[in-house]
Design a protein around this ligand. Structure first.
Ligand code: DOR
Ligand code: ZN
Length: 341
């Protein structure tokens, strides 16, 4: 198959940042996707409706004319957050960051048990809980943090809030995949393009590649392959979420480099490549355009996009003021190209 026409996809996990970076990166997402779940880990974080509306306006102002793109806003859960905030229509979902799990998570939750009133409210009104699923104990090995979270936190959350809609964001392990496949109640996971492609050897063998560093960190090959199987399985519990997370090159190529991969410029092309390699192009539409809306209770998009097999070199670096941001697979061969709609 050299040409694939599918419903316009959505991205169920993006980081747009603010200001000049936001203005530079938003068009890459709007080019491919009709909607995106926008992560709230700004400084300070998005924890109330007024800030979410202002942020939504900032994204709206950065959109190319007639993009038709709709940002879906999320609330950053903090210790002591008023459950009533969950009732605000501006929020499509809420994001749980265990404190200090990742970029800008210092205000995250320190005691998940104390979050019960918020989770009860979310369960009652049907607001999805999006989870960065890693424990943060300093002694826990970075490669084990997701599996330990699944076992020691997520399993209990699933049991205690049986109707709560839960998304394990950017799943990276066979353990996370198995949990999502087997859990009772409405449970799903997003999968990034980069975690479908890289394993930890790509990050560390032959030199350290800071532009492939993100959290949760890429794992062993067998975990990557479990993600590939889940993505192409056709299960409605797995859907597209890029976790595109732009950082300046100077912050990535540093003695203490930031976590995050700017994958938006090549996301759909990379997903298509993976589904093609797996002989599953006929399942890309479910993963990219149908499963996410079904889980969120939204209609799938009516517009369509075309992907063509057309080897190309991919995008170059993106200049933002004095800084540069490097896209995933920049300057590398891509097998697929996003065509007109
Ligand atoms: O690598 C990551 N970068 N993982 C996250 O969870 C957050 C993100 C960011 O905001 O940079
Ligand atoms: Zn993220």
């Amino acid at each position: 198959m050299d040409r694939l026409e599918i419903r316009r996809p959505d991205d169920w996990h993006v980081h747009f940042r603010e200001g000049a970076v936001l203005r530079a990166v938003v068009p890459f997402t709007a080019r491919q996707f009709a909607r995106a779940i926008v992560m709230p880990n700004l400084v300070p974080p998005v924890t109330d409706g007024a800030r979410a509306r202002a942020y939504r306006d900032e994204i709206g102002a950065a959109l190319p004319p007639d993009s038709g793109f709709e940002p879906l806003m999320t609330c950053y859960l903090t210790d002591g957050l008023d459950p009533a905030v969950m009732e605000d229509d501006v929020f499509t979902a809420a994001k749980l960051y265990p404190a200090h799990a990742t970029t800008n998570s210092a205000h995250g939750v320190t005691d998940i048990a104390a979050l019960s009133p918020v989770l009860e409210r979310m369960q009652r009104i049907g607001k999805p809980l999006l989870i960065h699923g890693e424990v943060t104990h300093p002694e826990e090995d970075v490669a084990d943090r997701e599996a330990v979270f699944v076992e020691t936190v997520l399993t209990g959350l699933r049991r205690d809030f049986p109707e709560l809609r839960i998304v394990l964001e950017h799943v990276t392990t066979a353990d996370g995949v198995a949990f999502v496949e087997e859990a009772d109640g409405p449970t799903a996971a997003t999968i990034t393009p980069h975690h479908l492609v890289i394993d930890r050897n790509d990050l560390l063998v032959g030199g350290i590649r800071p532009h492939l560093y993100c959290l949760p960190v890429a794992k062993r090959r067998r975990h990557r392959d479990a993600l590939r199987r889940a993505a192409v399985s056709g299960s409605p519990r797995f859907f597209l979420g890029t976790d595109t997370a732009p950082h300046a090159v100077s912050d990535k190529e540093s003695a203490c480099g930031c976590a995050g991969i700017f994958c938006a410029p090549t996301a759909l092309e990379v997903y298509a490549e993976v589904f093609d390699e797996e002989g599953a192009l006929d399942r890309l539409e479910a993963f990219a355009s149908l499963n996410g809306p079904a889980f969120y209770g939204l209609p799938p998009n009516e517009a369509r996009i075309v992907l063509e097999r057309s080897p190309n070199e991919g995008p170059g670096p993106l200049d933002v003021g004095d800084e540069t941001i490097l896209p995933f697979r920049a300057g590398e061969r891509l097998e697929w190209r996003l065509g007109g709609s």
